[in-house]
Write a protein that binds this ligand. Structure first.
Ligand code: HH2
Length: 276
């Protein structure tokens, strides 16, 4: 997928009953597909479909249930054609979900475990000629917010992402098909999240496109005192800063607002480096 030099919006479609900010809204296939079309009209180049919440403390969803939730949605969203049709991404850690979503037309696997949960997904991505997003997470969603500690959060996350990039490449995924994500909120305190945003250029220096996901997250709630759906101003601030620090792909719920904000940010501070 050619990224070009501007910001790329990845719209979130949670086909779950329990996601932290929109759980239950898009559990029905038609509602999820309609929402995907709306996000695409608002400017999303990527639609990220997920069937398991990764909020702190969330329980795992059985593989068969996750497949039932997401595959019909992926299939319908992937039918859109034409040069401006959005690419569908599958947000999963599970091999059969990834496999069936790729068969149904997903072109990106967004794995919050960076292929640690199921290393065989790397080979599936390689054979499908798909892209992947590899994200940093300390532990797993059940335990990740229990006293997370790092020597230096940015250096530790950077070393992890370099190692996972090397793993993916070793399994046959071309490096140019790998995107990296520091995993804001995944086993991190407020200070860890802020430090990662402040020093995001160090993660960008790995040389792969960086995905950033701050949308509506709890550190914004803690800083502003706002509930999940009132965190748009904080979401905009963090994404604009991430753009200025070199992030290229922005995983957000509120695509229309972020498209405007990032358009203005990119006109003010153009990307310093481009990669595909
Ligand atoms: N955040 C969430 C889920 N998937 N993937 C990437 N690459 N980066 C992220 O920051 C990221 C992600 C959590 O947000 P959401 O999907 O809205 O919530 P939930 O996990 O409760 O469904």
């Amino acid at each position: 997928m050619q990224l070009g030099s501007g910001p790329v919006l990845m719209g979130v479609i949670n086909v779950t009953p329990d996601s932290f900010s929109d759980g239950g809204l898009y559990l029905d296939v038609d509602a999820a597909v309609d929402h995907g079309h709306e996000l695409a009209r608002d400017g999303a180049a990527i639609l990220d479909v997920g069937g398991e919440s990764t909020r702190p403390g969330a329980d795992e969803v059985p593989e068969a249930e996750e497949i039932e939730r997401v595959v019909p949605v992926v299939e319908r969203l992937a039918q859109a054609s034409g040069p401006d049709a959005p690419r569908v991404s599958i947000d999963t850690r599970k091999p059969r979900v990834a496999e069936q979503a790729l068969q149904a037309g997903a072109r990106i696997v967004n794995d919050v475990s960076a292929f640690r949960h199921a290393p065989e997904i790397a080979g599936m991505v390689a054979s499908a000629g798909a892209h992947c997003c590899l994200m940093h997470m300390l532990g797993d969603p059940r335990t990740m917010q229990q006293d997370p500690r790092y020597d230096d959060v940015v250096s530790d996350v950077k070393a992890f992402l370099e190692a996972r990039l090397a793993f993916a490449a070793g399994e046959g995924v071309p490096e140019e098909n790998v995107w990296l994500d520091p995993g804001i909120g995944f086993g991190k305190t407020i200070d860890h999240n802020l430090e990662l945003l402040r020093r995001l250029d160090e993660i960008v220096a790995i040389g792969r496109p960086v995905v950033i996901g701050t949308s509506r997250k709890s550190f914004i709630g803690k800083l502003t005192g706002r509930e999940e759906t009132d965190r748009l101003p904080g979401t905009i601030a963090t994404n604009v800063i991430a753009w200025e620090r070199g992030a290229r792909i922005f995983r957000v719920h509120d695509v229309a607002a972020l498209a405007d904000a990032l358009k203005v940010a990119a006109a003010t501070v153009p990307a310093e480096w481009t990669t595909t």
